[in-house]
Design a binder for this molecule. Structure first.
Ligand code: GUN
Ligand code: FE
Length: 436
């Protein structure tokens, strides 16, 4: 292989659209130049790059849009088989559907089968990196990392730590969760593109002794991730207060065990207080905003503007299988609706702004990379970054084509893609410059 020029419209972000005017680079007739090492050599106008690289083979994708591979900041691979389970909100949904499903993943062969389907779905939807919860079984983590390694995919994942309030066959102990996590960190963290996340499921399913062990792991391995759920559902929040009566709210439970720092990612954060948002910003922790899940489980409406006001890092997540789609485009489309509803229910709707398409594409690429502390490697076409990218076709369906033809500005084109797009819109997915 050698350097290759991909010619199409090219878009990527250099900053947060809500924080700066100069948030992105867009080349209507552009080229993404990818080296033989699978890294970005340049992104810019086709005329300039092709003139400077006359002997480089060109892949002509004109009429399409190239963007960085999407990043899913929170997803459960074992829940692939239970998307769309009817009728319950969080706590009942866990007991009725999730725990029985996850109990199958002690079987490595079974786990490998689901991991394969999961990784294929990511690729089909243009998602090239994900922060993934496995199950309590160490085998489930091996299965996912093995499948991801076949595609050289940058995956962050970890074994769920869970020692109470779940069926017996899904429980570990403080000691085994510590030992098993440690073994998995040594086996997988930084092996190829794999990264490890210490993963207490959420406060209700861990004893204080287990959360202490999670904190100990983070002390011993400062560059691994911490991945959990927080403040998703009102009954969940009340339960946490009962289980940890001395705590000053949900985040304080995690803070008191030393779990909040850079590379700590909290899924949801739908019902956080102002002081909790300030604390997250202060510790450098991030929130995964999971709109399809929050709507599906009836959890609530995330306040993106409040998180922004406090300077909390936010990435977009699907949260499959409470989330209803693997598609980053579908997730952006639903995020827009969540923010619309949030405005409808706000004390003073006039202070609330709609979510722009530029912002949601940012949250699914560079914003998520920043939330995951990976923006020096992925999330944009900065020179030297790993060339994970997708080719979107705005004419993929009859309706998209009809509607796209009437979209003139970049913002309009992106908004149409996120409103009508899905896996059919993702024409190609490349990982480290290799077509999948
Ligand atoms: N909180 C604890 N576990 C889960 C889970 O599997 N999915 C969601 N959405 N929330 C959780
Ligand atoms: Fe989740």
């Amino acid at each position: 292989s050698s350097t290759v020029a991909y010619r199409a419209s090219v878009l990527h972000f250099t900053g947060d659209p809500s924080a700066t005017q100069q948030s992105h680079e867009y080349y209507e007739d552009g080229v993404l130049l990818v080296g033989a090492d699978g890294k970005v050599k340049a992104a810019g106008p086709a005329a300039t790059i092709l003139a400077n690289n006359p002997y480089v083979p060109v892949v002509d994708l004109r009429g399409r849009l190239i963007v960085p591979g999407f990043i899913d900041s929170h997803v459960h691979y074992p829940q692939t088989e239970m998307i769309g389970s009817f009728g319950e909100q969080l706590l009942e949904w866990l007991n009725t559907y999730t725990f029985p499903t996850e109990s199958q993943f002690g079987n490595k062969t079974y786990a490998l089968g689901v991991a394969k389907v999961f990784v294929n779905e990511l690729v089909k939807n243009g998602t090239t990196t994900a922060l993934v919860m496995a199950t309590v079984h160490p085998e489930s983590v091996d299965a996912l990392f093995e499948e991801a390694a076949k595609r050289n995919m940058r995956i962050i994942a970890g074994k769920v730590m869970m020692d109470r309030n779940a069926p017996d066959n899904l429980l570990d102990t403080p000691a085994t969760s510590y030992a098993d996590s440690k073994t998995l960190i040594n086996r997988w963290h930084k092996r190829g593109r794999a990264l490890y996340a210490v993963t207490p499921r959420f406060a209700p399913t861990s004893t204080p002794e287990q959360l202490t062990m999670a904190g100990k792991l983070l002390q011993e391995y400062p560059d691994v991730y911490m991945h959990t759920h927080m403040s998703e559902n009102k009954s969940e929040i009340a339960w946490v207060q009962e289980l940890f009566p001395a705590s000053n709210g949900y985040l304080d439970v995690y803070n008191s065990f030393g779990l909040s720092r850079k590379r700590s990612v909290y899924a949801h954060g739908v019902h956080l207080r102002e002081d909790e948002l300030a604390s997250l910003a202060h510790t450098g922790s991030a929130i995964a905003f999971c709109p399809t899940s929050n709507l599906f489980l009836g959890s609530g409406l995330f306040d993106l503007q409040a998180a922004e006001r406090h300077g909390v890092k936010v990435g977009m997540g699907t949260d499959v299988g409470a989330g209803t789609s693997f598609s980053a485009l579908r997730t952006m489309g639903e995020a827009y609706k969540v923010i619309q509803l949030h405005k409808a229910f706000a004390d003073d709707p006039s202070t609330k702004k709609p979510l722009t398409a530029l912002k949601s594409f940012y949250l699914s690429t560079l914003g998520a990379a920043r939330a995951l502390d990976l923006d020096d490697k992925i999330g944009s076409f900065k020179v030297g970054n790993e060339a994970d990218f997708v080719v979107l076709n705005p004419n993929a369906t009859e309706l998209l084509k009809f509607r796209s033809a009437r979209a003139t500005t970049l913002e309009e084109k992106l908004f149409v893609l996120q409103t009508l797009g899905d896996d059919r819109t993702v024409e190609r997915t490349y990982i480290m410059g290799k077509r999948q």
